[in-house]
Design a protein around this ligand. Structure first.
Ligand SMILES: Nc1ncnc2c1ncn2[C@@H]1O[C@H](COP(=O)(O)OP(=O)(O)OP(=O)(O)O)[C@@H](O)[C@H]1O
Length: 927
């Protein structure tokens, strides 16, 4: 091992020499060096700035092909010693390994794992040994190959045709459904580790000016929002040049792939317009045809990219992720600031005040446009003909403002008069006879996904009812007739109340866009994430905004996540929609013959980065039931894989006659030590608000409690799923799962005597129940506990899981109760609070801010909650709505949120006060 002395550094000369070294164009191999998250953390803890700079210099030298001289050291990493390297600097060891990455070819790269004092290094070697043990011999041998250029060691590469396989046994299914769904686990996992400490899931960051700046800028402990290296599967999709569909379950990297794809286009565009440095020529775009294409296409213009998702929180996350990527792209300069999107921008960003409601004249610095689907509709509405909202007589009286900046009164109208899922279930679904047998959510799904879907208007009753003849239909003709009645009543009431729903706006937009041209910028590339939350009619709106049908579209989604919220969705439907509405309509007359082969590729992401095998296997068992009973209701994907082996979830066996929550949280149970409560990364999941209330009465603020619908899109270290089966509308009908068990030879046929035989019609609720169960399970990163109050109702699923060995049974006792909580710091509570605030889960965000001791945030969340409550009440109880709105206004004002306060006063028609407040706002938007 080489001992490097930092005295070299003292002679190193001025600061800009170092900068030059970092940015040097001569260093062709810089992008073949990667730092691990652990390295960055340990590096951040080094106290000497000189030492830090010196380490970076050595690594930069290594990246040029120079190698420290090897000396024998007494460290045990013998088996893989030829691929594990280390050098010593002032008492610290930097450990790096040789690896292989697949891009346009296979190529050797260096991965820097950590910088540690001697006493900690042996542990690292042991863990690296485990990782390498899972690699194939061929892979290891190729890592060992040395390629010399004079006395420099340069990366060896192999053509893509070599098909180099990294893992020995990675493709075996988690369990083999065909062989009876039994507990056959052939997979050899890479690690037994906690998910957040796993080496195989660790992120790596390439050696760039940005990362060096981050390393040297004393950002210890700050969450890292820098571009990390994706795996081979993700990279293949990122590099795929045509329009495509990405399908994968929760946590498989769909959003990551979309964001990176978008960023890659920005890079290509930048390189095409600025010319290439030698490094970029070598690294970023290996294909020069690719480059010239972009030079040709974009040189004179600018790149218009649009990223759309339903969820505002995801927009925020993507923007945050893109911000440093953009800094990297703008010439590779050092940048000292962290993400330009601060948490204080939350309000601003949720409402997209900075982007006009039109595609006309959008400032170039707003690209890539990252917006919600709602904002997308508003922008379309502002870009073609007369606005949809002009039809409402109450809107006609509003002050006339340019359409690009809608008046605050119009914004309020849009916010409060839209009938969404919750409002529909609360106010509109009043046909009691029907709602006794079908839940309002289901009715809403039917109306939004199957009735209000015609591009020219709704589907006729006759056509809708005739859907019951299809064998996949889970609704009878009678039920469909009843739903159609509700739809008719709903439409009448909605008109009376001067309200609208998104389907009305979408149909109107289709009508206008078919007759008039869309004004403003067209997009070069469009990325639609969480596409499962959109109806096909909504999706087909994207064809008006981007003409680049061959290459311009990427859709990603997960159909197992759709929990009845107004959308009934299958990816195959989107794919044929794409062919019929996008491909055929765009080129029908130009290339009538070529199109057949142009149905774009579907990529399936199957490696899960969020959780371990124990949780995945349980989730897969639910998917197996879904695909057995409702094969048409979602896209069946191959089982997910995880590198990390984890414990099966725990079923908590209640003590004497009471529910486990009371015992665990010390309500009245026999556990002596009352536990301190759950931390910020732990949650109790329940079916609905009534159970939530019931539990919070027992345990107060000892834990965050969410309903399953509320938890969608969120994830927690630990999840306690409470009484899912005990509160299920299916009750004893869960026994139909015995039919599946019998078919797989997992139970004796005697179980079938007392179980109902499955019927699509009678058991249609099972489909949404299984989807909800799947969502609940997949919120878990590490530990999942299941607690049920009724043994009888849980028994069928318990038997299923037990038989497959997917769960472990634990009696609730002192040791379990002590092991469950994981305390959180005030910063963690605050960060969780902000996440939940974003999700508009104000009630539990308030709890988090309380635990964090964050008074200002707590008041902010409270004010936002009052405002939301006022919006909800506005249609039914205007006095109560105004009381809440006034309270919200005063509260916003008291914490210096003049903008939000002003909006509330404006809604209260107190324009003078609103005006005075707006004058205090830094932004000019309302003046
Ligand atoms: N190659 C990788 N190495 C390590 N972590 C990764 C990799 N790719 C993605 N991740 C991480 O995995 C997590 C899940 O990724 P992402 O959010 O993109 O998944 P998703 O499929 O969009 O999930 P969801 O549908 O729940 O939104 C993120 O924290 C992401 O940073």
């Amino acid at each position: 091992m080489e001992e490097c002395s930092s005295s070299t550094k003292r002679a190193a000369g001025p600061e800009d020499e170092f900068t030059r070294l970092v940015l040097s164009d001569d260093n062709l191999y810089r992008k073949q060096v990667f730092f691990s998250y652990n390295f960055i953390n340990s590096f951040g803890k080094l106290t000497s700035y000189h030492l830090k700079k010196f380490v970076i210099k050595i690594l930069l030298k290594i990246s040029t092909g120079w190698r420290p001289k090897r000396r024998r050291v007494n460290l045990k990493c013998e088996i893989f010693s030829q691929i594990v390297k280390q050098f010593k600097v002032e008492g610290y060891y930097v450990v790096y390994t040789i690896d292989i990455m697949k891009e346009f070819h296979y190529e050797q790269v260096l991965k820097v794992w950590d910088i540690l004092p001697l006493e900690e290094i042996q542990k690292l070697f042991v863990r690296l040994d485990t990782i390498f043990n899972s690699y194939t011999e061929d892979f290891i041998n190729r890592c060992k190959v040395k390629c010399l250029d004079g006395n420099l060691e340069v990366p060896m590469s192999w053509p893509i045709s070599h098909d180099i396989v990294r893992y020995k046994n990675i493709n075996n299914a988690i369990f083999d459904s065909d062989s009876g769904g039994c507990e056959v686990d052939h997979r050899s996992y890479v690690e037994n580790s906690k998910v957040n400490e796993s080496f195989s899931l660790m992120k790596f960051y390439s050696l760039s000016a940005g990362i060096v700046n981050h390393l040297l800028s004393d950002q210890e402990g700050k969450e890292l929002d820098l571009p990390f290296e994706v795996n081979d599967q993700e990279r293949e999709i990122i590099l795929f040049p045509k329009s495509s569909f990405i399908l994968g379950r929760s946590g498989t990297g769909k959003t990551t792939v979309l964001t990176m794809k978008l960023h890659r286009k920005i890079e290509q565009y930048r390189i095409a317009s600025n010319g290439l440095s030698s490094e970029e020529r070598g690294m970023s775009l290996s294909n020069s045809a690719d480059v010239s294409q972009y030079v040709g296409e974009f040189k004179e213009n600018m790149l218009h990219q649009l990223f759309v998702t339903v969820n505002p929180k995801l927009c925020f996350a993507v923007k945050q992720h893109l911000s440093p990527l953009k800094s990297f792209a703008s010439g590779g300069q050092f940048y000292a600031d962290k993400s330009s999107y601060d948490m204080d921008d939350i309000d601003e960003m949720a409402q997209f005040h900075d982007i006009p409601d039109t595609f006309v004249g959008i400032h170039c610095d707003k690209y890539p446009l990252v917006i919600t689907f709602h904002k997308f509709l508003m922008m379309l509405d502002g870009s073609v003909g007369n606005s949809y909202f002009e039809r409402f007589h109450c809107v006609r009286g509003f002050p006339q403002v340019k359409r690009s900046t809608r008046s605050v009164s119009l914004q309020t109208f849009i916010r409060t008069k839209e009938v969404n899922h919750d409002r529909f279930c609360f106010f509109y679904c009043i046909n009691e006879k029907l709602t006794k047998c079908l839940d309002p959510s289901r009715v809403f799904v039917e109306i939004m996904s199957h009735i209000k879907v015609g591009l020219q208007g709704e589907v006729s009753r006759e056509d809708y009812v005739s859907l019951s003849d299809r064998w996949v239909s889970t609704l009878s003709a009678q039920e469909r007739n009843a739903i159609y009645d509700v739809f008719k009543d709903y439409e009448k009431m909605k008109t009376k109340h001067c309200e609208f729903d998104l389907a009305d706006l979408v149909m109107n937009l289709h009508f206008r866009l078919n007759n008039e041209n869309l004004q403003g910028e067209k997009m070069d590339f469009v990325y639609v994430d969480e596409v499962q939350d959109l109806t096909t009619t909504q999706i087909s709106l994207f064809r008006y905004i981007c003409k680049n049908v061959d290459e311009g579209f990427v859709f990603s989604g997960d159909t197992a996540q759709t929990i009845a919220k107004g959308v009934d969705f299958r990816f195959e439907d989107v794919r044929s929609l794409f062919y019929n509405e996008f491909v055929m309509k765009s080129k029908k007359f130009r290339f009538p013959r070529r199109e057949k082969g142009l149905l774009s590729d579907i990529f399936i992401l199957s490696q899960n980065f969020r959780t371990h095998s124990g949780v995945l296997k349980l989730a897969q068992s639910v998917i197996d039931l879904l695909s057995h009973f409702f094969p048409q209701s979602f896209d069946v994907l191959p089982p997910e894989t995880s590198f990390v082996n984890g414990e099966p979830p725990i079923v908590i066996e209640p003590g004497s006659n009471e529910n486990a929550i009371i015992t665990v949280f010390g309500g009245s149970g026999n556990v002596e030590t009352k536990m301190v409560g759950f931390g910020a990364e732990q949650v109790i999941l329940v079916r609905d608000d009534s159970v939530k209330k019931e539990i919070s009465n027992y345990i107060g603020h000892q834990a965050l409690i969410l309903t399953i619908v509320e938890c969608k899109g969120l994830e927690f270290q630990d999840v306690l799923l409470f009484n899912f089966f005990g509160s299920s509308p299916l009750r004893t009908q869960w026994r139909v799962v015995y039919e599946f068990l019998k078919e797989k030879d997992l139970v004796h046929s005697s179980y079938l005597n007392s179980s109902p035989s499955f019927s699509q019609l009678r058991h249609s609720v099972l489909c949404s129940e299984l989807k909800q169960l799947y969502v609940a399970i997949t919120r878990t990163k590490q530990r999942l506990w299941i607690s049920e109050t009724s043994e009888e109702l849980f028994k069928p699923m318990f038997d299923y899981w037990k038989r497959l060995g997917l769960i472990q049974l634990r009696k609730v006792d002192d040791s379990l109760a002590k092991a469950m909580p994981r305390a959180s710091s005030p910063e963690e509570w605050k960060s969780q609070g902000i996440k939940l605030f974003w999700e508009k889960k104000y009630e539990i965000a308030i709890t988090c801010f309380e635990r964090a001791g964050e008074k200002m945030w707590k008041r902010w969340a409270k004010a936002a909650q009052l405002r939301a409550a006022s919006d909800q009440l506005s249609g039914s109880n205007s006095i109560a709505a105004r009381i809440r709105l006034r309270e919200a206004a005063e509260m916003f004002h008291s914490i210096g949120k003049a903008d939000s306060a002003a909006e509330c006063f404006c809604d209260l028609n107190e324009h003078e006060r609103a005006g005075a407040l707006w004058l205090q706002c830094p932004s000019e938007k309302h003046k």
